[in-house]
Design a protein around this ligand. Structure first.
Ligand code: ZN
Length: 263
């Protein structure tokens, strides 16, 4: 008898996408690292607290989180968010960006607020970014080779040095200091748009606003260097049309949860 070295990766159906996805890293391996990276990010950036805008970010985030939980429970996926430790922070930074790390760690930059324009616009961004996290898109774009660099195969992901840290942040769309950000694939964008529209609708926000938001995002990118979020979430006309078509479906989904009016 001889030993065969095999890497066993779990393959689970994601409740949001209904797809079997190769989970290269489990949440229990990934979350502690993500939480540590998030805390470090907060210590290195200027967190805004006690303002109307900061309160709005928290309020929208909590509503989106509740919507995700309700949707999961209604679809028989109790406990999916057990390891999530939701946190919502506004950071004083001109960068046009927002992101959600694995485990529900969210940052909005003040620079994105003029484009979000309203609480509903914030909900559209929040729903979309949270959707990327819920659908494990970051994990999927992390390559097996990358994982070896992190030493993630046996145990928690180890952030060994600055280079690993930057790479990790790149995969999860964190920060503007990293340099080249990796865009999500077109199919991941489409998935996040759909899940995000449903979440914002269940949270009581008008999903029709999502198309308007991405129109503003696109207009803002014209001419000058595009905003950070556009380099990682490329926008186009077919995407905006798709979001428009999604809005009535998202409202119909929200109705199942008794939500029939939208702010
Ligand atoms: Zn996206």
């Amino acid at each position: 008898m001889f030993g065969v070295a095999a890497l066993v990766f779990s393959c689970a159906t994601n409740p949001f996408t209904q797809k079997k996805t190769l989970a290269l890293v489990s949440n229990s391996q990934l979350f502690p690292t993500a939480f540590a990276q998030y805390d470090q990010f907060l210590t290195e950036n200027k967190v805004v607290s006690g303002t109307k805008d900061a309160e709005m970010i928290t309020r929208v985030g909590q509503r989106i989180a509740v919507a995700a939980e309700r949707w999961l429970n209604a679809n028989g996926n109790h406990g999916y968010l057990n390891d999530y430790k939701w946190e919502y922070n506004l950071v004083d930074d001109k960068t046009v960006n927002a992101w959600c790390m694995p485990g529900g760690k969210i940052v909005f930059y003040t620079g994105i607020l003029p484009i979000a324009k309203s609480e509903t616009g914030v909900a559209a961004i929040m729903g979309h970014e949270v959707a990327h996290a819920l659908a494990n898109h970051g994990q999927q774009r992390m390559s097996a080779g990358m994982l070896q660099q992190f030493g993630a195969v046996a145990g928690n992901i180890a952030i060994k040095d600055e280079k690993s840290r930057n790479a990790f942040n790149q995969y999860y769309g964190v920060g503007s200091q990293v340099g080249v950000m990796l865009p999500f694939s077109r199919s991941h964008e489409t998935e996040a748009d759909k899940i995000g529209s449903y979440l914002m609708a269940i949270a009581g926000y008008d999903p029709a606003e999502a198309a308007e938001l991405w129109k503003r995002m696109k207009a803002n990118g014209g001419g000058k260097a595009p905003p950070e979020i556009l380099s990682t979430h490329p926008s186009n006309d077919s995407r905006i049309a798709n979001l428009k078509a999604l809005a009535p479906k998202a409202k119909a989904e929200a109705k199942k949860f008794g939500v029939t009016t939208f702010r």
